[in-house]
Write a protein of this length. Sequence first.
Length: 256
Amino acid sequence: MKKIGFALIFISLCFTAMAQVKNSTAATRTIFAYGGQFTKPFMRYVIALTKKQNPRICFLPTATGDNAATIVSWYEVCQDLPMQPYVQKTFIASYTEPKTFEENLLSMDAIIVSGGNTLNMLAIWKAQGIDTVLKKAYNKGIILAGGSAGSLCWFDGGTTDSRPKDLAIIHGLAFIAASHCPHYRSEPMRKPLYFDNILRGRLSPGYAIDDLAGVVFENEQFVRTVAIDDKSHAYYVSVVNGKIDEKLLPVTEIIK
């Protein structure tokens, strides 16, 4: 009986050790959300986040309706950067697409989501199963990034201009358990509406970002703020003692 007991203890220790090794080698889940549109400094930063030479980076312009001018701008921004740029359109036909969305996106080192109509984008992703593919990419350690619609989509929710007349609340993919407000100081209606929605409990506390700033999350935890200039910032907005609390998040790095 003692031998059996020792054997069971040994097996248990082996499984524990194996689990620890597995956890230590698990991919880091990374999201880089910036407040405005993609720029060369933001793309340089994404390249650095991949920790790879000449990484494969895919642009996902669903929110623009695969707008041709936006796609051209993407290639122009990336043309002299040490990366391999790709585009994954969603307005496609089977005859012209030899690979699935999953095969294409999961072969990348980073995925950049464009700005545009957040509501339409999320609906198309769900219909095409791209939301599920992005979750797989996230768990695999592929860098997920974007601004405007491309930042809002990763959070629980926020406000969007995707509907006529007024900004409306929208729910995102919820990879990050917080709300989000892009264009924080560049669009006058964003900040007061964000405050009101959080204060009333319509949105959870979350991260507000100026157009030229960005926040990085690793394994669902906020780790740093970066910016293109010293005038751009990110903030954590919550409720303290029944009042809005806007906490400035210090910029860790100015990126060029």
